[in-house]
Write a protein that binds this ligand. Structure first.
Ligand code: 3PG
Length: 205
């Protein structure tokens, strides 16, 4: 089993994808791979999300497929059954934290404050999604968290852009950043997506 540390270390940027149709979905993943990205978060916000995860996990073994917007144990089971390599949640509950360990699926819980982190460090979680990063306090807030939690690493998501990603990535407690800017819902131009992926994968973490 991959661990979350090695998965998140693969690329400086993890695109957050909300995919509305299964048709021609390969074009999107080809563009992301050609752009050099190796991890993705496919959110469970659309009715075809699980089918996309199932298809892409089979067809793109070199890509680490994360399932996002995992809100409860049932979601966790479905994404594991669909073949996701790892799961991501916007929040952290003890129940999800324990279930992911029991199911042996790498898991990135979401946090936005110290209490959220403390909920899960007793279960040995050391990697969290900081969400919604910009709205919850931005870089200054994240810097402050390194005081009480020097060993905890974050993937900030929410409000990250190509322009501000470098600032986030230069923080010592940031392992990678996540964001929807590489594949915004209104863009179907795969050349543009390839270009955005290339720019993102050339950032350094
Ligand atoms: C997420 O689910 O992680 C966010 O919706 C991504 O936030 P962004 O759209 O601001 O990148």
């Amino acid at each position: 089993m991959d661990n979350i540390n090695s998965i998140l270390s693969l690329s400086p940027v993890m695109p957050v994808l909300t995919i509305n149709k299964l048709d021609k979905v390969e074009y999107l993943f080809d563009a992301l791979l050609e752009g050099g990205l190796k991890t993705v978060e496919i959110t469970l916000r659309t009715s075809c999300a699980l089918e996309v995860i199932e298809k892409i996990s089979k067809e793109y073994p070199s890509l680490k497929i994360g399932a996002g917007t995992v809100l409860n144990n049932e979601n966790l089971q479905s994404v594991k059954d669909a073949g996701a390599t790892f799961a991501v949640s916007p929040g952290s509950t003890l129940s999800l934290g324990k279930k992911a360990i029991e199911m042996k699926i790498p898991f990135l819980p979401g946090i936005s404050n110290s209490s959220d982190i403390m909920n899960l460090i007793n279960l040995d979680y050391k990697f969290f999604k900081f969400f919604p990063a910009q709205a919850a306090g931005g870089i200054e807030y994240l810097k402050s968290l390194s005081g009480p939690f020097p060993e905890i690493m974050f993937c900030p998501t929410g409000g990250i852009t190509q322009e501000n990603a470098n600032k986030w990535l230069s923080q010592k407690n940031v392992i990678c950043v996540g964001g929807s800017w590489i594949v915004p819902s209104q863009i179907n131009d795969y050349n543009e997506i390839r270009k955005r992926a290339l720019l993102a994968s050339n950032l350094s973490n």
